[in-house]
Each structure stands twice: as C-alpha cells, then as structure tokens.
Ligand binder design. Structure first.
Ligand code: ATP
Ligand code: MG
Length: 339
C-alpha cells in the first residue's frame, strides 16, 4: 500500500491511549479496512523522518502472532501508523466487558505472546517493551496478536515524556533503571496474565484504575534506561523494608511523597506502587487452588524478581503449562463469538 491520509475514510474510533488515538478506517482505493493509530509527536522534521524510516522495519515482520503493518506516514503534526484491525479489540476491553477470562484461554494468550516475543527477538532483535492487555488484540477468528512494540528508538524517545500509563507493568529491574531486556517483557506478561485471570489489575487493591497519573508526565517515562525513572533519582530511599505488610497503615501510606491517589478505599501514590513492585513479593495467581498448579507455576516463573533467574520467552515456550496450552482443546473462535 502507498498510504496517504486523503485515501483513508474514518469509520469510527477504536480507542484512546496516552500517546494518541486509534481509528477504524477504510482505504478507499482498495476497500481495505485498517486501524489507524495517530501519534502526536513534538519533534523536529529530521527526527520525524527518522522515525518513519525506523517504522519501515515493521514491513518485514510477518508472524501470525504479530499485528500486520500496512504503512506509516506523516500528517503534521502527527505520525499515522496503519495496521491490521482486530474486530474484538484488546484484552483489557474484553475482560472489562465479560469479566475474568477462563484460564485455558489465558493459556492460549500466554502462548501467543511468547511466540510473538520470540519471533520479534530471534528474527529482528526487537524487544517489545510494552506488553500489557491493551496491546494484546483478538479477532473473531480467535486469533491473538501483539501490537505496539518498540521498533523505533526515536519514536520511543519522542513520546517518552508524555507516556506514563505503562509504568505499572514495569519490571523491578526497569523501575531501578536497568536496561530493557526480553526478560522485562516476561515480567509484564506475568502481570498481564494475572490481570486477565482475575479480571482486575493485580495491584488494584493498592492503586485504583482511574488514578490520575498525569502529574508524573515526563518523570516516570519507562523508556529512558537509567535516567529519571529510577527510584533513587526520584529522591526516594531505594528500599523501604517492611517487617510486616499488614503493619503498613493507611495513615502511613498517605504521608508518602508524591501525589496520593484515591483507590477503592485505599490510597497509594504511583511512587509507592513502584516501590511496592521493587520491595514486596511479586503478585501471584491466587487464591491457591483456584487455578491449575501449572498455571500458577508459570506465572511465578514470569514474576521472578531477579532477571537473572527469569527465563526468556523462547525458554518459556518449553514450559509445561505452555506445552499443555498449545494442545488444549479450547476453541478460541467459539470463545471470541461470545464477546
Ligand atoms: P497506552 O497509550 O498506555 O499504550 P493503549 O495501548 O490502550 O494504552 P493505544 O495503543 O493508543 O493505547 O490504543 C488505544 C486502544 O485502541 C486500545 O486499547 C485498543 O483497544 C484499540 N486498538 C489499538 N490498536 C488496535 C487494532 N489494531 N485493532 C483494533 N483495536 C485496536
Ligand atoms: Mg497500545
């Protein structure tokens, strides 16, 4: 496709994120239906051209676990990225609509994401960097694919300052300012899987869904290794050990630095959430016994806090639960028809 904005007819909006909005459009010369992501970028023309060049790598990404790329172009002051439209939307929208997702479907999601990540890394040396339910999409054929991966370093730099919502899927090592690796994506996958199986964000008893994180724009960007986003650089003690979790009173939480966010009866600032991720045990698929043991163990292995102990996506493809999920008889097309 040689894509031009004039040839794209808006049908309706698919969703909004921190970086911009996504619309369902028709490419009128061909009748092809696409999703058009509009990203507002405050960058010099040379940088925008560089971003556009970098995005072209996506033309070479071909996997049934990765959203197809149709092209990108500049439409001042935006960059438009056109991709395959997935008619059932993203998994966050799906669970918010139908409630917790049954564990065998979650197993198929885990398999698809691991396959997608392994393809991106093995073939293109690309690390995703933004695994979360809103970047895992589903269609009525029951296909599960990942989107919004970090192909363009310049794009990551340009939107980093306004890109905040992601921080809560960030691995402990990323919060502490270490380099991104494929294993950071594995952590984010673990958090996402718990969210899908429970039907709520795993830290949601600490931080509410509708928390306004905007005060932190530009400070907590997940994309700048070793810079502003480590706890130390935010002027916080790197570790605030708690002898006993339940000993932390509400009052104690409120007098923290940063903005206190109103949650479901509890409050916790975003900084405290990040500290919590770094200092407290990782979340688990609970209550014990509700989910198959193999699923619990898989999630535990994604959420090993030490990245040296955590496996890569490729190694995790050999995990018992993933091998089971590969052959499990659940019919994703039938499941998708219930959404
Ligand atoms: P963030 O900005 O924090 O990354 P996000 O992933 O929700 O959040 P966007 O990537 O802008 O933000 O996407 C907004 C919404 O549009 C998504 O939540 C998803 O539901 C929908 N969407 C994105 N891409 C597609 C697509 N290819 N097909 C169908 N729906 C899509
Ligand atoms: Mg997205």
């Amino acid at each position: 496709f040689d894509l031009r904005n004039e040839d794209l007819k808006d049908l309706h909006e698919l969703g909004q994120g921190n970086g911009g909005s996504v619309k369902l459009v028709e490419h009128t010369p061909t009748g092809k239906i696409m999703a058009k992501k509009i990203v507002l970028i405050d960058a010099k023309p040379a940088v925008r051209k560089q971003i556009l060049r970098e995005l072209q790598i996506m033309h070479n990404c071909h996997s049934k676990y990765i959203i197809s790329f149709y092209g990108a172009f500049l439409a001042d002051p935006n960059i438009c990225i056109c991709m395959e439209a997935m008619d059932k939307g993203s998994l966050d929208g799906i669970y918010k609509k139908i409630g917790p997702i049954e564990i065998d479907v979650v197993g198929k999601v885990a398999l698809a994401v691991l396959e997608g990540l392994t393809y991106l890394y093995d073939v293109h040396r690309i690390i995703h960097r933004d695994i979360k339910p809103s970047n895992i999409l589903c269609n009525s054929q029951g296909e599960i694919k990942i989107c919004d991966f970090g192909v363009s370093g310049e794009l990551i730099n340009s939107i980093a300052d306004t890109f905040v919502g992601t921080s809560t899927y960030m691995s402990p090592e990323r919060i502490q300012g270490a380099q991104y690796t494929v294993k950071s994506d594995v952590w984010s996958l673990g958090i996402s899987l718990i969210e899908l199986a429970l039907g709520r964000f795993p830290f949601s008893e600490s931080l509410s869904d509708d928390s306004d994180l905007s005060d932190f724009e530009g400070t907590l960007s997940p994309a700048r290794p070793g810079s502003m986003n480590s706890l130390a650089s935010l002027g916080l003690p790197p570790s605030r050990k708690r002898d006993n979790k339940s000993a932390t009173s509400k009052k104690d939480k409120r007098k923290s630095k940063g903005v206190s966010l109103q949650g479901g009866g509890m409050t916790m600032s975003i900084l405290e959430l990040l500290q919590h991720i770094v200092n407290e045990p990782a979340p688990r698929l609970t209550p014990e016994g509700r989910f198959p043991e193999q699923a619990e163990q898989f999630v535990d292995s994604c959420l090993l806090k030490d990245p040296d102990q955590r496996k890569t996506p490729k190694d995790l493809l050999k995990d018992e639960w993933i091998m089971y999920s590969r052959t499990s008889p659940i019919d994703l097309e039938a499941w998708a028809s219930t959404i």
